[in-house]
Design a protein around this ligand. Structure first.
Ligand code: SF4
Length: 656
């Protein structure tokens, strides 16, 4: 018995579906990576999945495989619409099987939720009916009947390609308001032919697709669907109808599992559930999975912020699902299943739900990664630890996330590393960021990186700043400067005549705040929104004035949209596209960034500055002329986010 089996008997037990036996119940569910090369599985995507397979995942479901050219909107989509995908599937399947991991291929059509056309033109978004997309501002076009029938055939042909590629199963993407769900939903399916109208007619597209796919893949391969247990929209699929759909399909016998998520791309509030961020509940979709499990005999997969083995075991032990999607848990720590099996729970790097480097990089058009583990998505470069050619003495100045990552990586490569932190506690700005409302989990990055340093053997000295004298005395080979940043206080007119405080003072409880507050937000990130939320919850009247087109413009969209909803409920008044100009007693002067007109806010008791940060360049200046190797990482190079700091820590430490 492996050490973890006693504590996690359900999670670590095998599970059979048709001819496939999963070695455990841990699944990397289908998710976009933007690691696709040439519309196929290339070395980057193969290396990405192989890392999770090596790390002990039971099953990997590939990202949405596009079955038809009418659903292509990016060069980074996996396209299963022609046979050229098959050899790349085969290489992937062989590699994952070699690591003991099963692999299913997800098949998908985006339908009305098409963000853009393939070459950048505005999309012709085909769906069951011509319904507009609220998120993508497309009008939508109804599929003619021949196209509906052709598409069912394209799903079946694509499924056969999955089989010929050597994968173990097929998953139909019927969730979150995309094409198949659009056929199911009365909100998007207004057809008057046999594919619309009654419950049975709306179900017809999926039912026929399942039948055709099963006929093409035979009886050996697994076939499942991914479905939202509740779309959580005004006119989409509600819980009762989804239960009826699953019950009806379950009786049919062609399906082997239901992978249950929630939400829909159709509405901003419901889309948050596609990748639920920090601030949402752990396992928030599990009740939907449990409800479906009570109605079907097939296997049920629960997903949605199941970020730790204990939570996953609990879901299984309670009988709420048979398998668990732990996708971001393995984006953060590809070795998570193996560590759990080995009983090394304290070594697991836990996903904090920040969405910053995984789904947000995807939304911005870049490959998936992790704020805490930037090796993710960069496996072809950083997939293994490369021992240093010559052992060097390395000093890292600064114990924020970037410094800790640099120290851990350098030490793991064989260097002799000492990290100095001027404060008593490690963590840098992460310790402040975790004080924002709903963001306590952010502090998890500190413990995770601290553990990495311990495992790598880094010497840590706290309450000790690094200066030139220390460097001259210790004479290391390399200094990595990770001294971070301080609050930026802009020079604005009238600041001496008004009550002006900054964000850090508010978060650290060092400011007296009046009843009527204006938050002047230059960075348009978590801080301005979080300060506004905190002060509104404290009972203040809050205006949030930001330089962005919308508050939170620079942060991951699901995080931002969740926060915008909260601010709206709290009655925070948001003023977009304004720069701070001056303050005079109880009046704050803003300037509209497009018109140049003044925007005057009166009756302000306290002005809270969220105006970004200044790099801490003192050590850099002090080391001018020092003959050794010096590297700057993170905010002391330029104030940005923990993502860049940690990545630069990895890059620098990998090169010394
Ligand atoms: Fe989790 Fe954040 Fe890493 Fe995404 S970037 S996997 S949410 S820790």
């Amino acid at each position: 018995m492996t050490p973890g089996l006693e504590r996690f008997p359900n999670l670590l037990s095998p599970f059979c579906m048709r001819r496939t036996t999963l070695r455990n119940r841990i699944i990397s569910s289908g998710h976009g990576t933007r690691l696709v090369e040439g519309r196929q599985v290339g070395p980057r995507l193969r290396a990405y999945h192989a890392a999770r397979a090596k790390g002990g995942a039971g099953l990997i479901v590939t990202e949405a495989g596009i079955v038809s050219e009418t659903s292509v909107y990016s060069d980074t989509q996996l396209v299963v619409a022609d046979d050229s995908i098959i050899p790349s599937f085969r290489l992937l399947a062989d590699e994952l099987h070699g690591h003991g991991c099963a692999i299913f291929g997800q098949l998908f059509h985006v339908g009305l939720e098409q963000p853009t056309g393939a070459d950048g033109r505005r999309a012709v978004a085909y769906g069951p009916s011509a319904r507009p997309s609220e998120r993508y501002h497309t009008a939508g076009r109804e599929m003619p009947l021949r196209m509906v029938r052709q598409l069912i055939g394209e799903f079946a042909t694509a499924a056969e390609r999955v089989r010929r590629g050597g994968l173990d199963g097929v998953e139909l993407g019927a969730s979150q308001g995309y094409l198949i769900a659009q056929f199911l939903s009365p909100g998007t399916n207004r057809r008057s032919d046999e594919y619309g109208g009654s419950f049975d007619n709306r179900l017809r597209f999926l039912r026929e697709t399942i039948e055709c796919v099963r006929a093409r893949i035979g009886e050996d391969l697994v076939l499942g669907i991914r479905i939202s247990g509740d779309e959580l929209t005004r006119d989409g699929l509600g819980r009762d109808e989804v239960l009826a759909i699953c019950e009806t399909l379950g009786k049919h016998g062609a399906l082997d599992y239901f992978s249950v998520t929630s939400g829909s791309s159709r509405e901003i509030g419901a889309a948050i559930h596609i990748v639920p961020p920090m601030g949402t509940a752990i396992g928030l979709t599990v009740p939907f999975a449990a409800a479906i499990k009570a109605r079907v005999s097939q296997a049920v997969i629960a997903v949605g912020r199941i970020n730790q083995a204990a939570a996953a075991e609990d879901v299984l032990a309670r009988g709420q699902a048979d398998l668990v999607g732990m996708t971001r848990a393995m984006i953060t720590d590809p070795q998570m299943p193996a560590k759990v099996a080995a009983g090394r729970l304290e070594d697991v790097r836990i996903c904090i739900g920040c969405n910053q480097a995984c789904i947000d990089r995807w939304h911005r058009g870049y490959g998936v990664s992790c704020i805490q583990h930037p090796e993710t998505g960069r496996e072809t470069t950083y997939g293994s630890t490369k021992p240093a050619a010559r052992k060097k003495r390395v000093i890292v100045a600064g114990g924020g996330p970037g410094g800790m990552k640099a120290a851990a990586v350098a030490s793991a490569r064989g260097h002799e590393v000492t990290l100095y932190e001027q404060e008593k506690r490690l963590g840098g700005q992460a310790l402040i960021a975790q004080l924002l409302p709903g963001r306590a989990e952010f502090g998890g990055i500190v413990g995770n990186l601290q553990r990495e340093m311990e495992l790598a053997g880094v010497e840590v000295i706290t309450a000790q700043a690094v200066d030139r004298a220390l460097i001259d005395r210790l004479a290391p080979d390399v200094v990595i400067v990770a001294t971070g940043a301080s609050v930026h206080r802009p020079e604005i007119e009238g600041v001496g005549e008004a009550h002006v405080v900054d964000a850090w003072q508010v978060l650290q409880g060092k400011a007296n705040i009046g009843a009527r507050v204006l938050v002047a937000d230059w960075r348009c990130d978590w801080i301005g929104m979080g300060i506004a939320e905190k002060l509104a919850r404290d009972g203040c009247h809050v205006r949030l004035a930001s330089t962005g087109h919308v508050a939170g413009e620079t942060i991951p969209r699901y995080t931002r949209d969740l926060a915008l909803g909260v601010l709206h409920k709290l009655g925070v008044e948001t003023i977009p596209l304004v720069r701070l100009y001056g303050v005079d007693g109880g009046t704050v002067y803003l300037q509209h960034m497009a018109s140049g007109e003044a925007v005057i806010c009166e009756d302000v008791d306290t002005l809270v500055l969220c105006q970004g940060h200044d790099p801490a360049t003192g050590l850099e200046a002090a080391l001018e002329g020092w003959p050794g190797e010096i590297h700057l990482i993170g905010d002391c190079l330029a104030p940005r986010t923990a993502e860049e700091a940690v990545l630069e820590g990895l890059e620098v430490a990998s090169g010394i």
